[in-house]
Design a protein around this ligand. Structure first.
Ligand code: FAD
Length: 390
């Protein structure tokens, strides 16, 4: 097949990572084509995210990308006049258990070393940060006031709008089915409608990334596992931070759970199942709401009056060690892998997009080499070294 339409960069996937990548590249003057099989920006896993944005991680790669993301997200409205639902208010991990206290306290020097504003605060302060929290056994917790929340519905519109203004071209309802190559160089993509050539291709296909292993003859170790979430009707604003309770639930179903109140006043929530649901099944389970509401009410009893509007299920594109892969594809020039965002693609996407643009434009990442090394595809992917704050 002869490809006639040429671009500097083709981005495969217009999700949490591909869309901001296109924005950064187009903003720097490159000719960019974004292709997505779905009908609009951010309609894959992106829109299933509950909107948490933190730099509070436990490895330098995610911390650096998270800090870049927060800079971009928190100043977006001021810069472009477009409301993306940014709500500063931080992240709070309340603690009732000695083991979790020691784990979180152990991370603090490291996190502070990477410039994070985060501290351990006592139970009285936690009661002010999370009004109505159950006081019995509360030991304190960590609080990082510069983290926040954003709308996973508005963010993709914002990035597409600005990328388009800079000349990026978006093709929706079009599936990438193969790659053009000359020797060891990827020179473009084939789709179910046409073919396009380019200097660079960025693969940002989310939970479907592993399907490209066979097309490219490389191993892309991304496994989807599905998670449920939900949202309430709006209530009066009372909760500033996104709250993460790292305790496994007494019901035996939940490994941890987290929730926040978005800019519209809705409570938005999610839990990590103790036994992961591997695969892309997106049907809601009848057990999700009873289990989740049990946990929410035991932490904040006044949640018993919450009216739930809807629930949904989406996928984490998981890597074995819980850290994304952002790297040149092994043995293939011209292809960058931007896959395996796990449970954090929305918050890392803007920063990772900036990093990928720098890899293409400046031939090096914009975060430090040490931080970027966390994302390399030849790292030790041993699951036993899984990142603490997944
Ligand atoms: C319940 C839940 C809550 C979450 N909460 C948060 C949160 O609070 N904060 C956070 O940061 N993250 C959160 N996440 C994780 C986040 O949603 C994902 O990490 C992120 O969306 C993945 O980004 P991505 O760009 O890799 O994938 P996606 O956003 O899914 O984008 C990939 C795109 O590629 C397209 N595509 C795939 N294959 C092809 C092809 N062959 N041709 C063309 N297009 C293709 C897809 O249609 C899709 O649009 C949550 C996830 C779930 C399930």
């Amino acid at each position: 097949m002869t490809a006639t339409k040429g671009y500097d960069v083709i981005v495969v996937g217009c999700g949490s990572v591909g869309n901001p990548t296109a924005y950064h590249l187009a903003n720097a003057g490159l000719r960019v084509l974004v292709i997505d099989k779905r009908s609009a920006a951010g309609q894959g896993e992106n829109k299933t995210a509950i909107g948490g944005v933190r730099a509070t991680h436990s490895d330098p790669g995610k911390i650096s990308a998270g800090l870049e993301s927060i800079k971009i997200i928190s100043t977006w409205q001021e810069k472009y006049g477009f409301d993306i639902g940014w709500k500063p208010g931080g992240y709070c991990f309340p603690v009732y258990d000695e083991y979790i206290e020691n784990t979180l306290k152990g991370l603090l020097p490291y996190q502070k070393g990477y410039g994070l504003k985060i501290d351990w605060v006592g139970p009285e302060e936690i009661k002010e940060i999370i009004p109505g929290i159950t006081p019995d056994g509360l030991r304190g917790g960590t609080y990082s006031p510069l983290d926040g929340q954003v709308s996973s519905i508005l963010l993709p519109i914002a990035f597409q709008r600005e990328a388009t203004r800079c000349g990026a071209v978006y093709h929706f309802n079009e599936t990438v089915t193969g790659y053009l190559r000359q020797g060891d160089r990827i020179t473009g993509v084939m789709t179910d409608k046409d073919s396009y050539c380019s200097e660079w291709v960025v693969l940002a296909a989310g939970a479907d990334a592993a399907e490209h292993s066979a097309l490219l003859n490389i191993d892309i170790p991304v496994t989807p596992d599905s998670h449920e979430a939900g949202i309430s009707a709006p209530i009066e604003h009372f909760l500033a931070p996104l709250v993460v309770d790292l305790r496994p639930g007494p019901e035996g179903k939940t490994a941890n759970f987290y929730f926040g109140q978005n800019k519209e006043g809705q409570i938005i929530f999610c839990y990590t199942p103790r036994e992961l649901f591997i695969g892309t099944n997106r049907e809601s389970l009848s057990e999700f709401l009873p289990v989740l509401s049990g946990r929410m009410i035991s932490l904040i009893p006044k949640f018993k009056n919450l009216l739930i509007r809807r629930i949904w299920r989406g996928c984490y594109p998981m890597t074995p060690d819980g850290v994304p892969i952002i790297d040149h594809a092994p043995g293939l020039r011209g292809l960058i892998l931007a896959v395996g965002m796990c449970g954090q693609g929305l918050m890392l996407g803007p920063g990772i997009g900036k990093n990928i643009a720098s890899m293409i434009i400046n031939s090096k990442p914009c975060i430090s080499e040490e931080a970027h090394a966390c994302f390399r595809c030849d790292r030790d992917l041993d699951a036993a070294k899984t990142e603490t704050l997944k």
